[in-house]
Design a protein around this ligand. Structure first.
Ligand SMILES: Cc1ncc(COP(=O)(O)O)c(C=O)c1O
Length: 393
């Protein structure tokens, strides 16, 4: 059975060109980048070249890029590192975030508050998931040291006004971190335009390998390492660098931005076809997130009275790989905390479907998906029992 993969926000396949670039670093240039001999120096050169490639996309200095094991680690390092350092310097302990962050941000800040006495403000979001600039301004105060607000949301695709938010943080002397894990490969990552101090990316969201990511740390921003040991990555992230994965991360990012225009034009075309087909043919479907200020590859819905778990399993049976916004492997998902924060009821927030397109998604895939979804939803819709009404005299 052929499978249609519509879960590119969860992960993407590795681009064959990326794989080719990585292979020699598993088999031939396998030295430890910290070793002084030829093998080590060759690995080190490849890592420094990868750093330059990534810096060119982010429009920053190579030394401002730190390699990590992925988006989660980049978020953890940015937040813990900046919060600890600011506290150590007596700058304050107040952190600001939103209720719709990925757990790598949300739970990290929760833990800093619960175990280490940091103060935390969680800003409200509107029905599309936007943070208000005014609310953010009001939340900033003396002692605010870091705000972490995601560039684009993984469940609803909403894109935040990052440069404006960062400007407000800077007016108050606070640092600004953004989780750009979902935005990378779809939106500009120019850190000067974005005005951010810290930015996280992860290779497997843009046709690179899993288990590798990067954190941009603006020159002059002080970070306390969260993982201690050797002096790798300027002493900010101990551990022997994973040369092949780092090479793959850089190659994938380079290709994504060389091909950004064609890729995003394609994403939007098939994504809009998908949204149009679903909204026109399924009466109980509603788009979640914003109509236009959303990631080009991202479509997300709620289906009234249709539990995500059942929907995902039935689509899977038909060869369509989709995901719910919430964990749904058991078939009885918890409501999505993101949708609850947007003001959805618990019932609707458990009826989510996320479809995210990729470079290989074809028009025929979308047509088949819409057709299949129409019949699956029809099958799952409980028909209301018609009760005869008494005739009133
Ligand atoms: C917005 C966001 N941040 C962070 C992560 C975590 O990235 P990684 O899987 O590389 O740890 C994800 C992964 O889905 C994500 O969507």
């Amino acid at each position: 059975m052929s499978t249609i993969y519509l879960d590119h926000s969860a992960t993407t396949p590795v681009d064959p060109r990326v794989l080719q670039a990585m292979i020699p670093y598993f088999t031939e240039i396998y030295g430890n980048a910290s070793s002084a001999h030829y093998f080590g120096r060759s690995a080190e050169n490849a890592i420094e070249e990868a750093r330059e490639t990534i810096a060119a996309v982010l429009k920053c200095k190579p030394k401002e890029i730190i390699f990590t094991s992925g988006g989660s680690e980049s978020d953890n390092l940015a937040i813990r590192g900046a919060a600890w350092s600011a506290r150590q310097q007596g700058k304050g302990t107040h952190l600001i975030t939103t209720p719709i962050e990925h757990g790598a941000v949300g739970k990290t800040i929760d833990q800093l508050a619960a175990l280490q006495g940091f103060e935390r403000t969680v800003l409200p979001v509107d029905q599309y998931g936007f943070v208000s600039l005014e609310d953010f301004r009001k939340a900033c105060k003396p002692g605010t040291t870091l705000a972490s607000i995601m560039y684009a949301n993984n469940e609803i695709g909403t894109i935040q006004p990052i440069s404006e938010l960062a400007a407000i943080a800077h007016e108050h002397g606070a640092l600004f971190h953004t989780d750009a894990v979902q935005a990378a490969g779809q939106l500009s990552l120019d850190v000067n335009e974005l005005n951010v101090d810290l930015l996280s990316i992860s290779g497997h969201k843009f046709y690179g390998p899993k288990g590798v990511g990067a954190l941009y740390i603006r020159d002059g921003v002080d970070i306390t390492p969260a993982q201690t040991g050797g002096s790798h990555e300027r002493g900010l992230r101990a551990g022997t660098q994973n040369t092949p994965l780092i090479v793959g991360l850089a190659e994938a990012l380079k290709l994504a931005y060389e091909e950004l225009e064609t890729r995003t034009a394609h994403y939007k075309k098939v994504r809009d076809q998908l949204i149009g087909g679903i909204i026109a043919n399924i009466p109980n479907a509603r788009l979640t997130g914003h109509g236009s200020k959303r990631l080009p590859a991202h479509a997300s819905f709620v289906f009234e009275n249709i539990q995500s778990g059942a929907l995902i399993h039935l689509l899977d049976d038909e060869g369509i790989a989709a995901s719910a916004a919430s964990a749904c492997k058991t078939g009885s998902p918890d409501p999505s905390s993101v949708l609850l924060a947007l003001g959805y009821s618990r019932e609707l927030a458990a009826c989510t479907l996320r479809l995210t397109v990729g470079t290989q998604t074809k028009r025929q895939d979308v047509e088949f998906t819409v057709k299949t979804l129409v019949s699956v939803v029809k099958g799952l819709t409980v028909q209301p029992t018609v009760v005869a009404q008494p005739v009133l005299a």
